[in-house]
Design a protein around this ligand. Structure first.
Ligand SMILES: *[C@@H]1O[C@H](CO)[C@@H](O)[C@H](O)[C@H]1NC(C)=O
Length: 478
């Protein structure tokens, strides 16, 4: 028995070598994009992670683009991966969703989001659900229905601010409350706040190894997900009962229940749970970044203030609600929003898997490979944007087609998986900026910096010292 062992080992090693050789020769035959697969198993994951943990992750891509060109091969997060920094290739990937490419997210994310979430749905079901979500967040609905709540909830949150605030934390509270309001018509209370605490744990689990045995963060995340799902299930059941007696609420859950698709509780809960992640994390981080970039660019901030003071000047009081026409008049704000998303796109790129061998730009990407279409690399490429790594909202004011910065710009993705909340996100960001610049002036309380891994955020949650701009005139003492 013992003498068999060396033989067995030899056989295994031989088989592995053969497999590797076969893979290598197939790759040579296919002319995959140039690059390096790095070390066995880990590939270049460590380099990627350490770059994205820093304030300036660009060198990881820059170095490889310089050496290999705009499309290169690497090996990250457990798989050989083609990185595209080429806007044409990225567009090709977006437009051939479901035909040549399909979503391929790390297992931890899939498990935590649930299989009925919009990002993991495929085919015709995805198409139906995507358009249902889009139709719920379209501009007519925002205008007639959501804007008022957005404005009200943002003001309500500001009322509790005093002196020093952790802006990222506050922004997250705001977007969580807004998203819950839009999904299930709940106003903020203790229940929503405890649900949010669980959510934080779920999101922390996104970029962990999906093995409960090894990662306590992942274990905690799975537990929190169960709690959130249970809480949402109760709501869904309650609402089913109400809808039986003809009560209808004008929110996302109402739209799902009235859609005629007969979803199960589990399907609805997965779907809403994931939308809550989508609405919560990305918009709040963008809000915080916008404020940070503006703070570091006093000229831009002054210009923005002027735009919003003008809107306020037409109102009877500082509390008078914003209207759709006000939103539509915020021209410079839109430049600030676009520029913030360009510089720090929260979803820096998308993960896809090839469904067949793909021939593109003289290369072949083998079937089953992962491709990361990096929007961030396009948005920060000096060939596409002048002084690409500087925050300059004015660049969006030039509206000549040829130099339009919008041509290569995909902060919300595109094609069949275009972010269904893109318009809503813009409105939320604009209203938030309106309220913060008209109510407060602020200074950073500490130095803080951006990091991009595991999620995009600022290291210290951006602490600021706020001061009300116009102190109310003190009433005379008797
Ligand atoms: C902002 O970007 C969008 C594309 O996402 C574009 O349609 C819009 O015109 C841009 N806004 C400005 C002010 O340039």
């Amino acid at each position: 028995m013992a003498s068999m062992l060396p033989l067995l080992l030899l056989l295994i090693i031989g088989a592995v070598l053969l497999l590797l050789l076969h893979r290598r020769s197939r790759q040579r035959r296919l002319r995959v994009p140039p690059g390096s697969l790095g070390l066995p198993f880990v590939g270049e994951t460590l380099q990627l992670v350490s770059a994205y943990k820093s304030e300036n992750p660009e060198p990881f891509i820059d170095e490889r683009v310089k050496r290999y060109g705009p499309i290169f091969t690497t090996h990250v997060l457990g798989e050989p991966t083609v990185f595209s920094t080429d806007p044409e290739v990225n567009r090709f990937v977006l437009m051939n969703e479901g035909k040549l490419f399909e979503c391929s997210y790390p297992a931890s994310i899939c498990n935590l989001l649930g299989k009925h979430s919009l990002v993991l749905m495929k085919g015709s079901l995805h198409k139906r659900m995507h358009s249902l979500t889009m139709s719920f967040a379209n501009s007519a609905i925002i205008k007639d229905h959501l804007l008022l709540d957005i404005d009200r909830l943002i003001r309500l949150n500001f009322d509790s601010w005093s002196h020093r605030v952790l802006l990222l934390e506050e922004a997250k509270k705001i977007t969580f409350e807004l998203t819950l309001k839009q999904l299930i018509s709940f106003d903020p209370n203790e229940w929503t706040e405890s649900l949010r605490k669980e959510y934080v744990l779920v999101i922390e689990g996104f970029f962990t190894l999906p093995f409960p045995l090894f990662s306590s963060t992942y274990r905690r995340a799975i537990k929190a997900r169960t709690k959130v799902a249970e809480a949402l299930t109760l709501i869904v059941r309650q609402r089913r009962k109400e809808s039986m007696v003809g009560e209808k609420k004008n929110d996302m859950l109402g739209a799902l229940l009235a859609s005629g698709y007969h979803f199960s509780d589990e399907e609805i809960v997965d779907f809403m749970l994931a939308l809550l992640v989508a609405g919560y994390e990305t918009t709040s981080t963008t809000m915080t970044f916008a404020v940070k970039f503006l703070t570091e660019n006093p000229l831009a901030l002054a210009h923005l203030k002027e735009e919003h003071d003008q809107i306020r000047a037409k109102k009877s009081s500082s509390d008078a609600p914003l209207e759709w026409t006000d939103y539509k008049s915020m021209a410079f704000t839109q430049c600030v929003v676009n520029e913030t998303l360009r510089i720090a796109n929260i979803i820096g790129g998308i993960f896809r898997k090839t469904m067949t061998d793909i021939n593109i730009k003289g290369y072949t990407i083998p079937k089953g490979w992962r491709i990361i279409a990096s929007f961030r690399a396009v948005h920060l490429n000096p060939d596409h944007y002048e002084d690409a790594r500087t925050f300059n909202p004015w660049r969006w004011q030039s509206n000549s087609e040829a130099t339009s910065p919008g041509n290569l710009y995909t902060p919300f993705g595109g094609g069949p998986r275009l972010c269904p909340g893109y318009e809503l996100a813009r409105v939320v960001l604009s209203v938030f900026l309106h309220r913060i610049v008209t109510r407060y002036s602020w200074i950073p309380a500490e130095e803080d910096k951006l990091v991009f891994f595991p999620t995009t955020r600022t290291q210290k949650r951006y602490p600021i010292i706020v001061k009300r701009r116009e102190e109310p005139i003190p009433s005379k003492l008797p």
